[in-house]
Write a protein that binds this ligand. Structure first.
Ligand SMILES: CC(C)(COP(=O)(O)OP(=O)(O)OC[C@H]1O[C@@H](n2cnc3c(N)ncnc32)[C@H](O)[C@@H]1OP(=O)(O)O)[C@@H](O)C(=O)NCCC(=O)NCCS
Length: 184
């Protein structure tokens, strides 16, 4: 096991993932930003269906299992009243954040919500001293790749046949964060 990933399996929290819910204006509407819990799973599954043309890459079991890993994972949801607008998942060790999943309801896309969600995870990683934030994106998802590049993520390497359903390759992308010593 790689030394840096030993942190993922410890019971004691190595990172501070406390998240205080708040209300803000996004895309001209009042929205709630909060940590996801199991009660949000039906909405998360519904959002996946809308975004992936009826498919659900993550099952109810996958979401439940991720939401239980509170010591190193944080899932955030944005609601417009009772409507789930988008979500993002992050997994953290002290030196790195990793975006595990992100989706925005098609009716709310192109209004800055994806950027907002990614920046939330980047800031949490930065506050925990991370030197980088990584993610995997499907090789055929050009829109998402463009968004990540626009935020400063760089393609690192290909994970061949990474996706179980159709064996599509994944591109690993990384955003390098400046540490205190880099700014001296
Ligand atoms: C990828 C995804 C999460 C992006 O969410 P989004 O809310 O549409 O993202 P944003 O609105 O922040 O950015 C999309 C584009 O709209 C533009 N945009 C941002 N604010 C805008 C606004 N107020 N009005 C119009 N356009 C805007 C952005 O400039 C961006 O283009 P750019 O990257 O060239 O700058 C969303 O497309 C999605 O859910 N896709 C399906 C699931 C998926 O592919 N997930 C990624 C898995 S790796």
């Amino acid at each position: 096991m790689l030394k840096k990933f030993r942190h993922f399996f410890k019971e004691e929290p190595e990172v501070n993932l406390n998240f205080t819910p708040y209300v803000t204006t996004l895309a001209g509407r009042t929205m709630q930003v909060m940590q996801a819990s199991e009660v949000n799973i039906p909405d998360l599954l519904e959002l996946e269906k809308k975004v992936y043309q009826g498919k659900q890459p993550w099952s109810s079991f996958s979401f439940a299992s991720e939401l239980r890993k509170k010591h190193n994972s944080l899932y955030l949801v944005i609601y417009d009243k009772a409507q789930l607008v988008g979500f993002i998942g992050g997994r953290f060790i002290p030196c790195e954040g990793h975006i595990t999943n992100i989706a925005v309801d098609p009716t709310y896309q192109g209004q800055g919500i994806g950027h907002y969600l990614i920046n939330l995870i980047v800031e949490i990683a930065r506050k925990n001293g991370a030197r980088q934030v990584s993610l995997e994106v499907r090789a055929d998802n050009e829109l998402a790749q463009k968004i990540y590049k626009g935020l400063g993520f760089e393609a690192q390497f290909i994970r061949a046949g990474y996706y179980q359903d159709d064996h599509m390759d994944a591109i690993n992308m990384v955003l390098h964060l400046k540490g205190k010593e880099d700014t001296k």
